[in-house]
Design a binder for this molecule. Structure first.
Ligand code: SF4
Length: 90
């Protein structure tokens, strides 16, 4: 569990769309402001996640398209220790 905005307690594994970093590429996958820059998502899927130098946090630099990229994005999402990666299903 982690705290969300306005006192909400969110189930583990959910990023918060309202905290989506603006530097994310448009699309369903995103990183929110709770990222701690641990580098894990970038190690798992370097074609999809990148470090934004201005914020010092990871963002989705390219939305996954292929089945392989989607699998890597999901692996990164489920591996993120702070549940900072989301998929809004759009
Ligand atoms: S795995 Fe999660 S906390 Fe680590 S850099 Fe990626 S989004 Fe940030």
């Amino acid at each position: 569990m982690r705290s969300g905005g306005r006192g909400r307690v969110l189930p583990w594994g959910m990023a918060t769309l309202s905290e989506r970093l603006p530097e994310n590429a448009p699309g369903r996958y995103y990183v929110d402001a709770t990222c701690i820059d641990c580098d894990q998502c970038r190690a798992i899927a370097p074609e999809i996640f990148a470090r934004n130098e201005a914020s010092g946090l990871s963002v989705v630099a390219k939305q996954p398209l292929s089945a392989e990229e989607l699998a890597l994005a999901e692996e990164a999402l489920t591996s993120c220790a702070t549940a900072s990666i989301g998929n809004d299903g759009a």
